[in-house]
Write a protein that binds this ligand. Structure first.
Ligand code: FE2
Ligand code: FE2
Length: 222
């Protein structure tokens, strides 16, 4: 529990950073490639709930899960950085963002001489990250990306994102809480990997705790 003013001011100054551990794990060529993809993703992501900050978190999750699940990190992280670049188009003209991102991403990767044999696995992982709309993820990289993406809808971050998104739809607090109760708590069933299921379990437990707290506050009990 944060009580002292020292702790509060530390939290207020905290910056979010992306893990640099990866630089030591992949080859120099792969690392340079990932940096180019990251720059492109940053320029092409613009949405309050599915923007660059969402992609950064999915990247960190994909990296940690991917290490445990034995994924090809270049394929996985490239697909992760590009997975939502079709969002702006979807919000504008309704085109499925997974589909758009897969084609748009592939075209970009060709311009930076991305390894040819890895283009298809990246393309498929992006295309399959939205299982509700398309084919189920097949490769380990596609499964890890889907899991990491779904995990970002859970836990403290998931709650924050749902309220952000709810505001855009003109939902009030009550409406957003109802949405969380009805739609978010069963998401562990959508996880493909064991590592993600463990993380999802903890994140859902936190959300349940939050909902109990909301209930108490609504009744003026806390
Ligand atoms: Fe997506
Ligand atoms: Fe996403």
């Amino acid at each position: 529990m944060i009580t002292s003013s020292d702790n509060i001011s530390k939290l207020q100054k905290k910056e979010w950073t992306i893990s640099k551990e990866l630089e030591r794990l992949v080859s120099k060529a792969d690392w340079q490639m990932i940096q180019k993809v990251e720059e492109f993703a940053r320029e092409n992501l613009d949405s309050p709930s599915h923007g660059y900050d969402h992609t950064q978190r999915v990247y960190s999750l994909a990296y940690h899960i991917g290490k445990w699940e034995g994924a090809d990190l270049l394929v996985l992280l490239t697909a992760t950085l590009l997975h939502d670049i079709g969002r702006v188009m979807e919000e504008g003209i309704g085109a499925d963002h997974a589909e758009t991102a897969a084609y748009f991403g592939k075209d970009f990767l060709k311009t930076i001489n991305f390894p040819r044999e890895k283009l298809k696995p990246v393309f498929l992982a992006i295309k399959q990250h939205r299982a509700r709309r398309g084919a189920e993820p097949q490769s380990v990289e596609a499964k890890v990306l889907s899991d990491a993406d779904n995990l970002d809808a859970l836990g403290a971050i998931g709650l924050g994102r749902t309220f952000t998104y709810g505001g855009r739809l003109n939902r009030d607090v009550r409406g957003t809480v109802k949405f969380i109760q009805e739609n978010m708590l069963g998401r562990i069933d959508r996880m493909y990997t064991q590592t993600a299921r463990r993380l999802a379990d903890r994140r859902i437990a936190y959300m349940i705790q939050f909902l109990h707290r909301v209930e108490d506050e609504v009744h003026g009990l806390k």
